[in-house]
Design a protein around this ligand. Structure first.
Ligand code: ZN
Length: 558
């Protein structure tokens, strides 16, 4: 998200909150809600006595579904269906969130000092059974999985959780668990394979199974089912247009559209793991051209289906938290299927005899937070290696100035920053990768300024990733998307380094972590050269790299 839209949203939220506060009277106070592993609710909420009121649709941030009635609202949340009263305050409809959370079985406390309602999931079982660690809880939780050395151990931090006093615990002699922080339950398993096992990423569930088999690091999450006899959207399960579990859309009668046109029931999630989602569109019919896809931004995937007439109901939802919205835009003789992803993901789209396969890959982003991540900033060139130069301006000086600002901005956002050079010295290319590996860096960002043979012939910025590295490509998309918004220079996009050299760039080819190389502009283009030297541009790039990294990390989204 850009600073701009974030600010606008905050202002709007504050404004409506002030109206609501005035209407509620003097006894109400501004508050916050933290629900299990989710970020604090972004909408303004307020406390009246012991209750907490939030705008009705704010709970959709938690993946809940809202059905408005006259005096109450039905919430379909975490596989349950509950009803709470609705109030209209200052023209806004609000609901008692604490009551709703109570009905779902959350552990609730008010932190009076910050006026924050904290809703935790109750962990009622931790079991190590052969090669599996099983964690069950009253509400879906997420686990932050990592390894530690001496002795080698796997650490599973269950976020937003409280250990029940009478939980069913079954541990081995090499494992232990405790309430590590007020909202974190920690399980530690001593194993020589900890590093391998820590590659697994958790998705949210109230039934997590974490593999302790080093040959198959994974987290299996039992999906949160719909309430008995109901589909998650609340429609009758006998409705002919809804495929049931395990049933494919191809068996569904075709109610509308032309014969052979794909129907929404033909669009489904076929497989999901911690690292990927496979979405299938079956019976796509006789398309009149090849299927193409594009990503207008790192979290949006457009699949272009020439000749198709795919219709989706307004409230259509794929059964995965990785895709938050799916719409079909109908053109004259084309349908564009737009998937809005929970966070930036890689995408591959293939088609085979009327079946479209959309493969989304979810980069492993740990806990999804920038704080605590190790970022290497690599200012290009230095010392006798001046890099490109034009009109007395040297690449090595620009890259260092921009890198120092970027390092400050990243540190201010909580990241640990390592620089390959902080002054005008020469560092060999391989040494730059060694520095990153020794620091156990999570990310590598090389900063460069471009140049070409003909002055004033090319302008703009490019983000490079190593050819064939999908994770680094998603990373490059996120950073470039933000740089394009501040640079005031043409956006030349994201490129594979194979486009420049057959073997790619050395610092990208040898990187042991997601790595990008930014060419921020052309030093031998008069307009670029002037812009590259401004504080506005240099500060903008620093902030864009912070925002791009935060986008990539997804803020803990599934
Ligand atoms: Zn360079």
């Amino acid at each position: 998200m850009t600073a701009h839209s974030g600010m606008k949203r905050l202002l709007l939220a504050m404004l409506s909150w002030m109206i609501a506060m005035a209407a509620f009277g003097a006894q109400s106070r501004s508050a916050q809600v933290i629900y299990t592993y989710h970020d604090p609710m972004s909408e303004a909420v307020y406390r009246v006595a012991d209750e907490c009121y939030a705008p009705v649709f704010a709970v959709e941030d938690w993946g809940w579904k809202v059905q408005l009635d006259r005096d109450d609202v039905k919430l379909i949340a975490e596989g349950k269906k509950i009803t709470v009263p609705i109030r209209t305050v200052g023209g806004r409809q609000v609901i008692p969130v604490k009551l709703a959370l109570e009905k779902l079985g959350a552990d609730l406390t008010w932190d009076d000092s910050s006026n924050t309602l904290i809703a935790k999931s109750l962990v009622n079982g931790i079991k190590i059974d052969g090669n599996k660690l099983e964690i069950s809880s009253s509400l879906p939780v997420k686990a932050n999985i990592f390894s530690m050395d001496n002795p080698s151990r796997l650490v599973v931090d269950v976020l937003g959780a409280k250990l029940l006093d009478d939980a069913t615990i079954s541990m081995t002699k090499n494992s232990r668990m405790k309430q590590f922080k007020p909202d974190v339950v920690r399980v530690v398993v001593e194993t020589p394979d900890a590093q391998k096992l820590a590659q697994a990423t958790s998705i949210a569930s109230n039934d997590l199974t974490i593999s302790l088999d080093p040959n198959a690091p994974s987290v299996v999450a039992k999906p949160v089912g719909p309430p008995p006899g109901e589909n998650p959207d609340g429609t009758d399960s006998s409705s002919p247009d809804q495929p049931g579990p395990g049933q494919t859309g191809s068996q569904t009668p075709r109610a509308n559209g032309q014969p052979g046109d794909p129907q929404f029931a033909d669009l489904l999630v076929d497989a999901e793991s911690s690292s990927s989602v496979l979405v299938l569109l079956r019976n796509a019919g006789a398309l009149t051209g090849p299927v193409e896809f594009r990503k207008p931004d790192p979290s949006t995937l457009d699949v272009v289906l020439p000749g198709a007439h795919l219709k989706l109901p307004d409230d259509f939802k794929l059964k995965t938290k990785s895709v938050i919205q799916t719409i079909a835009v109908q053109g004259a003789n084309v349908t564009i299927l737009r998937l809005t992803l929970a966070r930036p993901m890689g995408a591959q789209v293939t088609s085979d005899s009327g079946e479209i396969r959309i493969q989304l890959s979810k980069p492993n982003v740990g806990n999804g937070q920038l704080a605590g991540k190790i970022v290497v900033i690599d200012p290009g060139h230095g010392g006798h290696d001046t890099g490109a130069h034009s009109n007395g301006v040297y690449e090595k000086n620009l890259t260092l100035a921009i890198s120092l600002k970027t390092a400050d901005a990243l540190a201010a956002a909580g990241a640990t920053v390592v620089m390959t050079r902080k002054s005008d010295v020469f560092i060999p290319l391989l040494e730059r990768n060694n520095i990153a590996d020794q620091a156990q860096a999570d990310f590598f960002i090389a900063i460069h300024i471009n140049s070409n043979t003909l002055a004033n012939s090319m302008s703009g910025s490019i983000a490079f990733h190593h050819k064939g590295n999908d994770t680094s490509r998603v990373f490059a998309e996120c950073i470039q998307n933000e740089i394009a918004q501040i640079s005031k220079l043409p956006n030349l996009g994201v490129w594979s380094d194979g486009k420049i050299y057959q073997s790619g760039f050395s610092v990208l080819r040898n990187a042991g972590q997601p790595a990008i190389l930014l060419e921020l502009g052309f030093i031998n283009d008069a307009r670029d050269r002037a812009r590259l030297q401004t504080q506005d541009f240099q500060d903008g790039v620093a902030q864009a790299i912070v925002s791009g990294l935060q986008d990539y990390l997804g803020n803990g989204k599934p």
